[in-house]
Design a protein around this ligand. Structure first.
Ligand code: FNR
Length: 418
C-alpha cells in the first residue's frame, strides 16, 4: 500500500522498482571490477540465465472468488517465526558494493525483521554485524576450511553471537571459472574486505603468527605486501588460472595472512563422512547449501541434516548446471516434507517467490537484487528492494486467490509445460 501511495503523490523512488532498471542503475554506480564480480557468474553465464528462465516454465494459474482479504506471509522455520519467507542470502566481500557493507544490510534486515545470513567471506567481523542487528535473527554461513580447528572456532563465534542456524555452503570447495573476473584480473575475496572473519579469529591469527615466525622470510614478512609467490599459492587452487591474472592481483594484506588464508581456503577433499565433525561440534540446525541432485538430497537427509538449500550459487560455480528451480522441483517431489527446503538462485520478483514456494520451498534466499539496492542507496536501498519483493509476493498471492503461504502448492502452477 505504502509503495503505491508514494507513487500516487508523484514521488519517484531513488532505487528503481523495475528489475532491469535496477540492474542498469547498479551497473552505472559500481566500478567495472565490482560489477563484474557481483553480476557475473561462471563461464558463459548460461546457468545464471537458465536460473532466471526456468521460472517461465512454471506459470501461475490464478484462482478467482476466494476471500483473500486477510493474508499471511508468516512461516515457521527451525522453531522460529519469520514475518515473510525471505532471507538475505550470504554475500561475501560486501564492501565493494557499499562502504557500510554488512552494517547497512543489518539495518535493512532489522527494519524488515528478516533473518540475515552472515557470510564467512564477510567484510565486517561477525560480532560487529551482530551488534548492529540487535535482536534481529541471524544465521551463519560457513565456508568449511580445510583446518577443522578454524572451522570450529568460526562456528563457536557464530553460536556465541546468537546464530539460529548454520548454513554450510558445499558448492565452493574451489572457486568457479569466473570469466569476467579473469579478464579484469580481479579476485576480491583474497583482499582484506573479504577475510574479516579470519583476520579477527584467534585460531587464524595464531596460524598467521606461527607462519610468520617459522616462514622463510621470518617475522618481518607479517608487515609486507604479499609477493607474487604468495598469490601463486592461491592460484594453485585452480592451476589453470593464467599468469596475467596473477600479475594484476593486488592485496593490501600482510603476506603471512594472505598465505595462511590460501592454505586454509580450499577444501576439495571434503566428503559426506566429514559432516559428523560438524554435527559433533554444534547443536545448531545444519542446512546444506548448494544441493542440486535428488541423490544428494536423500543422502543429506539420511545423514541427519536439518535443512537443504537448493542452490547453484547464482550460477557462479558450474556453468551448464541444472537451473536451480528445476532442481527444486525434482528434489521436493522426491523428499519434500522430510526437512525444510530452502531455495535460491535466480529469484527476481514476487511471482518467482510464489513459484518457488509452490514447488516446495519453505523459504527463499535473495542474493543479487538487494545487493544492487545496497550499491545504490546503502541500507535504505537494500531494504527497499526486499520490501518490494515482499509486497509483490503478497499481491501476487492475493491476485492468484491464495491467502497464506501455507496454502501454496503445485496446484497453483501449471506443470505440464515443456
Ligand atoms: C554470493 N554467494 C555466496 N554464497 C555463500 O554461501 N557465501 C558467500 O560468501 C557468497 N558470496 C557471494 C557473493 C556474490 C557477489 C554473489 C552474487 C553471490 C551466493 C549467494 O548466497 C546466493 O546463492 C546467490 O546469490 C543466489 O542467486 P541470485 O539471487 O544472486 O541469483
Amino acid at each position: 500500500g505504502a509503495i503505491y501511495s508514494a507513487g500516487a503523490y508523484g514521488r519517484r523512488p531513488k532505487v528503481p522498482v523495475e528489475p532491469s532498471a535496477l540492474y542498469a542503475a547498479a551497473h552505472r554506480r559500481m566500478s567495472p571490477q565490482a560489477w563484474s564480480y557481483v553480476a557475473g557468474s561462471a563461464g558463459m553465464q548460461r546457468t545464471d540465465e537458465a536460473n532466471q528462465q526456468a521460472f517461465q516454465r512454471y506459470p501461475i494459474v490464478p484462482r478467482m472468488l476466494r476471500d483473500v482479504s486477510e493474508r499471511s506471509l508468516a512461516v515457521q522455520l527451525f522453531g522460529y517465526t519469520l514475518p515473510a519467507p525471505l532471507l538475505f542470502a550470504p554475500i561475501g566481500v560486501l564492501e565493494m558494493a557499499h562502504p557500510d557493507a554488512e552494517l547497512a544490510v543489518a539495518r535493512a534486515a532489522s527494519a524488515l525483521g528478516l533473518p540475515m545470513v552472515l557470510s564467512t567471506q564477510g567484510s565486517v567481523p561477525m560480532e560487529r554485524t551482530v551488534a548492529e542487528l540487535g535482536a534481529n535473527p541471524m544465521w551463519y554461513q560457513l565456508y568449511w576450511s580445510n583446518n577443522n580447528e578454524l572451522a570450529e572456532s568460526l562456528v563457536r563465534r557464530a553460536e556465541t553471537a546468537g546464530a539460529q542456524a548454520l548454513v554450510v555452503t558445499l558448492d565452493t570447495h574451489l572457486l568457479g571459472w569466473r570469466t569476467r573476473d579473469l579478464d579484469l584480473g580481479y579476485l576480491p575475496f583474497a583482499r582484506a574486505e573479504g577475510i574479516a572473519q579470519y583476520l579477527t579469529d584467534p585460531v587464524f591469527t595464531d596460524l598467521v603468527r606461527r607462519r610468520a615466525a617459522s616462514g622463510v622470510a621470518g617475522e618481518a614478512a607479517v608487515n609486507q605486501r604479499p609477493t607474487l609467490a604468495a598469490v601463486r599459492t592461491l592460484m594453485s587452487i585452480t592451476r589453470h588460472y593464467p599468469g596475467r591474472f596473477l600479475d594484476n592481483l593486488r592485496s593490501p594484506l600482510p603476506r603471512a595472512a594472505v598465505e595462511t588464508f590460501l592454505d586454509v581456503f580450499p577444501c576439495p577433499a571434503l566428503t559426506w563422512d566429514d559432516l559428523d565433525f560438524l554435527r559433533g561440534i554444534t547443536s545448531l540446525p545444519i542446512v546444506l547449501k548448494g544441493i542440486q541432485s535428488v541423490d544428494d538430497a536423500r543422502e543429506a537427509i539420511d545423514r541427519g541434516v536439518d535443512g537443504i538449500q537448493v542452490s547453484n550459487h547464482g550460477g557462479r560455480q558450474v556453468d551448464g548446471a541444472i537451473a536451480s528451480l528445476d532442481a527444486l522441483a525434482e528434489i521436493s517431489a522426491a523428499v519434500g516434507g522430510r526437512v525444510p527446503l530452502l531455495f535460491d538462485s535466480g529469484i527476481r520478483s514476487g511471482a518467482d517467490i510464489v513459484k518457488a514456494l509452490a514447488l516446495g520451498a519453505s523459504a527463499v534466499m535473495i542474493g543479487r537484487p538487494w545487493l544492487y539496492g545496497l550499491a545504490l542507496d546503502g541500507a535504505a536501498g537494500a531494504e527497499a528492494v526486499m520490501e518490494r519483493l515482499i509486497a509483490e509476493l503478497d499481491l501476487t498471492m492475493a491476485l492468484s486467490g491464495v491467502a497464506s503461504v501455507g496454502e501454496l502448492s503445485r496446484d497453483n502452477l501449471r506443470l505440464s509445460v515443456g
